[in-house]
Ligand binder design. Structure first.
Ligand code: SAM
Length: 252
């Protein structure tokens, strides 16, 4: 490591937009020159938008106005940029958080599969004490850092796989649109009861009725907290899905 990179890490001298530094410095990941080019690429290829269910939160997303929207995937500067879209499950979960602040105030929250970070940001906006944005895609966490800064909140970041970990510090765990995969549904069905039984963790799930959740035994442990109509653009982008649901995992 050169002196320059040491100084870069220490002072987080990211040259793209200096106002991002505060949040980036809180990341567990070190700030590297590669990060600088990723930040530049995110800023160049996304639009800062409030055209979604939580207009209180500004997000850098790939929208139909971005050239990359029509990309066939061969010329993407990012691989699988899940973080560049605000998934319907995440949108309804964040809406629920903003509308039910009393459930999140002073909590320590883990947002698993944070993506663009909206649900994590929503928690901080309503007064959560600590929020960990967790995503195994390191680019996602850089995008989360930018989005957190845009919304003037501080988040902690973790890019390790925390699914299955038993940590009593998390009083609330969020899963925004994470039931897109049957394997995940099965893994969550084993992990969530342990969190609830051992630590009394509150677990909230946002989902637009995806097949792996609807058809999994885990559904019998879910109690509906809210139901929202999805906005037109989200419906169009998500193959006509019309509604999103917020569930709480409850052991009866
Ligand atoms: C469908 S997106 C949902 C993003 C966000 N919660 C939302 O609703 O907009 C799923 C996200 O989970 C992340 N992910 C996949 N496997 C993961 C894991 N084992 N731990 C943490 N994040 C993971 C992906 O990188 C992606 O950002």
């Amino acid at each position: 490591m050169t002196l320059f990179t040491r100084l870069l890490k220490k002072t987080c001298m990211v040259t793209i937009e200096t106002k991002h530094l505060d949040i980036l410095s809180r990341r567990r990941l070190s700030v590297s020159q590669r990060d600088e080019s990723v930040i530049k690429s995110i800023l160049e290829n996304t639009e800062l938008t409030i055209n979604h269910m939580t207009p209180e939160i500004k997000l850098h997303l790939i929208t139909p106005r971005c050239p990359m929207w029509k990309s066939k995937g061969d010329n993407l500067p990012f691989s699988d940029p899940y973080w560049a879209f605000y998934w319907p499950g995440g949108q309804v979960l964040s809406r629920f958080i903003l509308d039910n602040s009393e459930l999140f105030v002073n909590r320590t929250v883990l947002d698993v599969g944070s993506g663009c970070g909206a649900s994590a940001i929503a928690c901080r906006l309503v007064g959560a004490k600590r929020v960990v944005a967790n995503d195994t895609d390191p680019v996602a966490l850089i995008a989360v850092g930018l989005n957190a800064t845009r919304n003037k909140v501080a988040l902690e970041m973790d890019n390790t796989n925390l699914i299955g970990e038993l940590n009593p510090d998390w009083s609330t765990v969020l899963l925004g649109d994470m039931f897109y995969d049957e394997n995940f549904a099965t893994i969550f069905s084993k992990w969530l009861p342990l969190l609830v039984e051992r630590f009394g963790t509150d677990i909230f799930i946002g989902d637009p009725g995806r097949y792996p959740l609807k058809n999994h035994p885990v559904q019998s442990y879910l109690v509906k907290q809210a139901e929202y109509e999805l906005p037109l653009n989200t419906r169009v982008e998500n193959n006509g899905m019309t509604h999103g649901f917020v569930w709480k995992y409850v052991i009866k």
